[in-house]
Structures are given as C-alpha cells and as structure tokens.
Design a binder for this molecule. Structure first.
Ligand code: FAD
Ligand code: NAD
Length: 471
C-alpha cells in the first residue's frame, strides 16, 4: 500500500458530474484522476438513466406513432408493426456503448488517469482505491471531488427483488412486455418509463401520493400532461397510498388506498419510482468529518466545498434537483475554481424536462414563484394548434407560456408542453442566462414554419398582457 501518484484533483465517481469535472480540470492543466467502480464511465446517466431511457422513449414513440397515428394521416402500414424487444435492447446498448467510448476518449485525449476501483477518503489529502482484485492503492490529492451520485429508494413493504418489484434500471430491460405494470410515483421516472411500457402494450397504472403528477411543473402544465397521458391509456390513482403488498411467485398484489377507498391491484410487475437517495456509503465521510444535511445529502458551501475544505461534492450527492446537466455544470465550475478561475452556476437557468409525448419542460420563474415573491409579472401563452409546423407534423397538443418580470421587462421563465419541448426550453435557458428582455425575444425572428414560432408568439402575448401579481 505505497503512496503513488500525486494529483491536483482526484474525482470519485465518473458520472456526468465527475467526468465533466475531470475533463475540464485536465484541460486547464491540473493533474487529474477519475476513479469509478465501474469499468465503463458515464454513471447512472449513461449506463442506466438518461441515455437508455431516452433511447427507449424515442423508439417506442416512433412505434406508437406509426401504429396509432400514421394510418389516420394517410400512410397505410398494411403489414402492421411488431416489437422486437431483443433488437430494441441491442440498439439501446449500442447507443450506451458508443457514448461510453466517447467519454473514455475524452479522458485519454485530455490526459486524465482513469482508475477502476472503489474509492474512499483515506486521510488528509489522500484517497484509497480498492481494485476489483482486492489490492488497495493510495492517491495523493490536493483536492478531491465527490461525485458518486444516487441510488433508487424502495418502500418498506415493497423491497426491490430485481424481478417482480424493481427500480428503474431493471425497468429498462424487462425480459418481456409485462401485461400489467404498477408504477409507484408520478415523477420523471414513473411518467417516462410508464410511457415506454404503455406504448409497448402494458396496462400501466401509476399511483401517486400527491393530488397531481409531475410535481415540478405548474398545475396547468401538469394537468394538461395528465390528460394527454390518460388518452394514451395510462391510468392514474392520485392522492393515493400503497398500504400493503404481497409478492407472489409470478405476480404482486398491491393494496392501494384512494379517496378513503381501498382496492387490491394484482399486477405482473411493480416499478417503485418514488425518488432517489444520495449514494455515499463507503466513502468514509463520517471518519473524515464531512457533514450531511438533514435530508442526508452532503453539505456544501457556495463553492461546493464540504466541511473539509479540500473535499468538494456535486451532482446527486448534494441538495437540489437530481439532473445530469446540473451535475455537469457543477463539475465544470469546481474544476475552474480549482484552476483559479471565477466560476458560478445559475440554478435558476437550469431546465427541467420530462420526456413523455407530449414533453413537459420548464425553466426559471413560474406563476407560483412570482406569487410567492409578491412580484408583478406578465404571462403570455401561445398554443400549438395555431402553429403551422406543429399541425403539419400532427403534433398539435401543447403550448408555450412565457413569463416577464414587470419591473425589468426581462424574460423570467418559460414552460412548454408539447413535442420538441426539450429543445425549445433551450431558448428559455439562453434568454435567462443572457438576461434578455421579453421585447428582444419577441423581436428575434424564428424560422417559418417552426415550433420556435410559438416561443416568439408567447413573448408577444406576454408584452401585450396585463400585469398581475404584486402586493
Ligand atoms: P452518477 O451519474 O450517479 O455517477 C456516479 C458514479 O459514481 C457512478 O458511475 C458510480 O459507479 C460511481 N461510484 C459510486 N460510488 C463510488 C465509489 N465509492 N468509488 C468509485 N466510484 C463510485 N437526468 C437528466 O438530467 N435528464 C434525464 O433525462 C434523466 N433521465 C434519467 C432516467 C433515469 C432512469 C434515471 C435513474 C435518472 C435520470 N436522470 C436524468 C438523472 C441523472 O441520471 C442523474 O442526475 C445524474 O446521473 C447524476 O450525475 P452524478 O455525476 O451526480 O452521478
Ligand atoms: P421524483 O422525485 O421525480 O418523483 C417521485 C414521485 O413519487 C413524486 O411525485 C412523489 O410524490 C411520489 N412518491 C413518493 N413516495 C410515494 C409513495 N410512497 N407513494 C406514492 N407516490 C410516492 O423521483 P423519480 O421519478 O424516482 O426520479 C428520481 C430522480 O431522477 C429525480 O430527481 C429526477 O429529477 C431524476 N430523473 C430525471 C429525469 C429527467 O430529467 N427527464 C428522468 C428520470 C429521472
């Protein structure tokens, strides 16, 4: 167990937060290593999260569109369409492999040392890495960045068994299409994976404890999304509680209470999607004196420093929304700070997207935020049925809402429900970061026909609207 290389930065965890930090640090001339317990870098996001789920969502969206809509629009699919699950998975795995190779290439290109092993804080300025074969290596580090992400939470009476009661990773590769699927939690995972399996033919029921789905979105946006998903035969039990369960040989009986009424649902599979918890077991945080928040996340200051000033933490480990692009922004910022550069992350400018069809996306302030802050605002909405491109593409369900801060006239936030929302919201993120006025957004000329015209129209509508809110 001899001391080996000395690094300016050792990153523990090679997910989007960790690999982005490592790449940026090396680009800026820091001697950098990244340690991950998996051979393939990319973290939850690349291996079992954003990328495989979006691959399945894209393919099943095309399938459901071809099956349910094309013939209405004048294209007859005389032979019909069939799902070939193994080939669908093979495509998903190929996408993941290709992107993982891209991350590995970026590490090589920038001279980052990639180490496979499980790491922990070993003492002052030192990290111990246990390799798969069992031997331990000590790395000296001027700074350490913790980026070990998160893991799914199960329920006391519905423990993950990897077979009938599963988390999102197993729900990305069920061996066959379950005839019935019960999902607990109507957040991003429940809605996205519910869409995938419903499109493939499962009868999907989603049980949510709150009286609404998609809690991060406005009641209007969430309500409209729920109506669209209900049309796709996803059944919702809202303000509902799972009160018990019996896991059998081949099926699961789940007792659900909704509006004072109890019912038993017998299903083929249960996906528990009630959130994720930070993964920091084994990092030796307590021994190192690194403090946690009340919710069990790692406590950091505004420079992402933990209670040990040479140890930093980012991404799903710390408070805030668990999003890959947020982890990446923080990773980049920590690398820049360590290289002596100014860096910041404007959390208000980070978009949030649910990749259902229609997609839901939001960034910045919403109506509720203005009301809570007692600030005056204007709101403008444009509807997709009036958008030529949306109609031409047979994707007319949706709208764009833009909020303007009345005092400054600045663009303050945007919510989009509809196809391409994940792309359109990028315009809102840029407008917010650049602090542009709603007038500038209204003056900018979008291509015709394009979905972006709805952003432009919503900005014009906001300028013309009457102010609301304030005291
Ligand atoms: P992670 O990506 O979790 O990476 C942590 C890494 O640390 C892992 O590679 C792990 O192997 C490694 N590690 C852990 N402990 C150790 C140790 N002791 N030593 C060495 N290595 C260790 N977010 C989005 O923004 N958009 C999406 O579309 C999206 N879709 C998602 C879909 C699903 C199904 C799931 C589950 C999540 C999704 N997310 C999405 C969330 C996103 O995946 C996470 O927010 C993101 O991966 C967090 O990045 P991270 O770098 O903090 O950690
Ligand atoms: P989530 O926090 O987004 O949603 C969990 C939902 O489960 C909430 O609506 C909550 O009210 C509900 N819930 C909690 N306990 C419950 C119970 N006992 N019974 C019924 N409902 C219950 O969590 P998630 O969907 O599991 O996703 C985990 C993380 O991954 C999130 O932070 C999310 O942001 C991230 N993620 C993001 C994307 C994306 O950006 N598109 C996609 C997937 C996951």
């Amino acid at each position: 167990m001899a001391a080996q290389d000395a690094f300016d930065l050792v990153v523990i965890g090679g997910g989007p937060g960790g690999y982005t930090a490592a790449r940026r640090a090396a680009e800026l001339g820091l001697r950098t290593a990244v340690v991950d317990r998996c051979r393939r870098l990319g973290g939850t996001c690349l291996r079992v999260g954003c990328i495989p789920s979006k691959t399945l969502l894209s393919l099943t969206e095309a399938y459901a569109y071809a099956r349910d809509r094309l013939s209405q629009d004048g294209i007859n699919a005389r032979q019909g369409f069939e799902i070939d699950l193994p080939r669908l998975y093979a495509y998903k795995d190929a996408v993941v492999a290709k992107l993982a190779e891209g991350v590995a290439f970026l590490m090589r290109q920038n001279g980052v040392r990639v180490i496979e092993g499980t790491a922990r804080i070993a003492g002052p300025q030192s990290v111990a890495v246990r390799h798969a074969q069992g031997e331990e290596e000590i790395l000296e580090a001027r700074a350490v960045l913790l980026a070990t992400g998160s893991e799914p939470i199960d329920l006391p009476f519905l423990r993950f068994d990897g077979r009938l009661v599963v988390g999102s990773s197993e729900a990305l590769c069920f061996p066959e299409v379950p005839k019935t699927l019960l999902i607990i939690g109507a957040g991003a995972i429940g809605l996205e994976l519910g869409s995938v399996w419903s499109r493939l033919g499962s009868e999907v029921t989603i049980v949510e404890q709150l009286p609404r789905i998609a809690a991060g979105f406005s009641p209007t946006g969430a309500g409209a999304l729920q109506r669209e998903l209900a049309k796709q035969r996803i059944r919702f039990l809202l303000a509902a509680r799972v009160t018990g369960a019996e896991v059998g040989e081949a099926r699961v009986k789940v007792r659900v209470e909704e509006g004072g009424r109890e019912q038993d649902l017998v299903v083929d599979r249960v996906l528990v999607a009630v959130g994720r918890r930070p993964h920091h077991a084994g990092l030796a945080l307590e021994e190192a004196g690194i403090l946690l928040t009340e919710r069990g996340r790692i406590r950091v200051n505004r420079f992402w420093q933990t209670s040990l000033p040479w140890v930093y933490a980012i991404g799903d480990l710390i408070e805030g929304p668990m999003l890959a692009h947020r982890a990446q922004a923080e990773g980049r910022a920590v690398a820049e700070l360590l290289a002596g550069k100014p860096a910041r992350v404007r959390y208000l400018c980070i978009p949030n997207v649910i990749y259902t069809e229609p997609e839901a996306a939001g960034v910045g302030f919403s109506e509720e935020d203005f009301r809570a802050a007692k600030r005056r605002y204007r709101r403008g909405t444009a509807y997709f049925p009036a958008n030529g491109r949306a109609l031409a593409a047979d994707m007319p369900n949706g709208f764009v809402t833009v909020w303007m801060d009345e005092e400054s006239g600045r663009f303050a936030g945007m919510e989009v429900l509809g196809s391409r929302a994940s792309e359109l919201i990028g315009a809102g993120a840029v407008a917010l970061e650049a602090e542009v006025s709603v007038e500038s957004l209204a003056r900018a000329v979008p291509a015709h026909p394009s979905f972006m015209e709805s952003v432009h129209e919503a900005a014009i509508a906001a300028l013309r609207a009457r102010p609301s809110g304030g005291f």
